[in-house]
Design a protein around this ligand. Structure first.
Ligand code: F0G
Length: 438
């Protein structure tokens, strides 16, 4: 361990070789062996009831009138994330996302009781803001002069937003020609320096890791353990919304495996603090064209594989997931399952989620598609309580939707129609629609 004293009481240690780092380290991975760093928070010495009351008190009207940090669904759990003061925190605020229930989606998934935790309600449009508020806060605490990430769109726009707020220049690397236009525009608008890399996400991540090691920029991908600490709050918040009564399953899309890792860690800590009595099972869902983790699960994690990833769901188009070790431990701890679903299953589930008025990006729909798959395989029972996490907003990858045809090869029934600017043209469309309904 080097450097100054640790104010927060957290312990940062390499998961592979055990090397310890102080809480202001600018490193995202171990300088000795390159392993992933893990954070052990100094868990508060409060009984579970007092802790639940403390978290509940921060959702009151009084708290809603306070600072951004006091209104944040991440920093509400700061004792379990990073115990620092409001003045040090870079918060939008973020979190406070809804748990939604739509009978049509439950019916489609094949369970009586499906809730959707919609992380697309975060300020930049995805769950990434939960990890980014912590990573950028930490970058500021350790005096970083630049922050960088690899991304397929959501991480980059989130980093760009928080970097702008903190006044730290952001550098993002995205696969050239393979990023959603809206997300690219959002990233540029927030002021990030954007590099279109001739390669895929895995190439971008390799490059950003090298830049972090050799050029000293602060790395903000989910390799960074502070990202994981922030993303744990998706789980804490959903458990709080369920009055700390665990569901039977929590389903989520899985790409680089940051969220799978964060959910496992959150559940471990929630159990050791007595906040929950029962551990829900995790269901991590990959796209079949980008499913190395599902493949390894089927092989009981005997070895780690990688693939050249291809799927319509850009956010999970990842062939060599960085948080593999952490995620294996999360799946084992929760008696979890890793499944894969086809692009067709993903787009079908998305159509149902969209048509219910909720909506999400393609990758997010993998969670619901995965629940349906596991019900069909008899692993999830129809009476079990399931929370499916929708990780991103419907406005990501819209071209996928407009270009999608149904199972019979026809465009969606409500595909946009171009008309002359006349009332007669409107009337004709209405008449055709009425005929089609009858
Ligand atoms: N869902 C969405 C909407 C995402 O943006 C991502 C990752 C994932 C799921 C996968 O989560 O990596 O924790 O398993 N998006 C990254 C990005 C690649 O650049 O925005 P994971």
């Amino acid at each position: 361990m080097s450097g100054n004293t640790n104010k927060t009481g957290i312990i940062i240690a390499c998961a592979a070789c055990g090397e310890k780092f102080n809480d202001l380290t600018p490193l995202a991975t171990c300088s000795k062996c390159g392993g992933l760093l893990d954070i052990t928070p100094a868990l508060p010495a409060l009984c579970s009831e007092k802790l639940q009351n403390l978290f509940d008190s921060r959702v009151s009207i009084g708290a809603m009138r306070g600072s951004a940090a006091s209104r944040s669904g991440v920093w509400r759990f700061r004792e379990l994330v990073l115990p620092i003061t409001d003045a040090e925190i870079v918060s939008h605020p973020e979190g406070n996302t809804p748990l939604l229930e739509r009978p049509a989606v439950s019916k489609y998934a094949g369970v009586k009781n499906l809730l959707m935790k919609h992380e697309g309600f975060n300020p930049s449009g995805s769950f990434k803001d939960r990890g980014m508020t912590v990573a950028v806060t930490q970058a500021k605490r350790c005096g970083a002069t630049a922050i960088a990430c690899a991304s397929t769109g959501n991480t980059s726009s989130s980093l760009a937003a928080y970097g702008a707020q903190a006044g730290i220049p952001a550098l993002v690397m995205v696969p050239a020609g393979r990023i959603s236009m809206g997300k690219l525009a959002q990233t540029v608008a927030y002021g990030a320096r954007t590099l279109l890399v001739r390669g895929d996400f895995d190439d971008c991540l390799r490059l950003v890791r090298e830049s972090s090691e050799k050029l000293g920029v602060y790395l903000a991908n989910s390799l960074n353990p502070f990202r994981i600490e922030g993303q744990k709050t998706i789980m804490f918040e959903l458990l709080q919304q369920l009055a700390w009564q665990s569901p039977d399953w929590v389903a989520l899309p899985a790409g680089n495996l940051g969220n799978t890792s964060a959910f496992g860690k959150a559940l471990r800590e929630a159990q050791s603090l007595g906040l929950i009595k029962r551990i829900p099972r995790l269901l991590s869902v990959q796209a079949s064209g980008a499913a190395p983790f599902a493949h390894d699960f089927a092989d009981n994690f005997a070895k780690r594989t990688s693939v050249r990833a291809e799927t319509i769901a850009t956010a999970i188009r990842i062939g060599d997931p960085a948080s593999w070790d952490r995620a294996v431990s999360a799946i084992r701890f929760t008696n979890g399952v890793v499944a894969s679903v086809s692009d067709e299953q993903i787009m079908q589930a998305k159509q149902v989620i969209d048509a219910s008025g909720v909506g999400c990006e393609p990758a997010s729909a993998a969670s619901v598609a995965g629940v349906r798959e596991l019900v069909a395989r008899g692993i999830i029972a129809p009476h079990e309580r399931v929370v499916a996490v929708l990780t991103g907003h419907i406005l990501k990858d819209p071209e996928k939707l407009l270009n999608t045809t149904n199972a019979h090869g026809h465009a969606a029934a409500n595909a946009p129609i171009e008309i002359d600017a006349t009332l007669a043209a409107v009337e004709r469309v209405l008449q055709t629609a009425t005929k089609a309904r009858n």
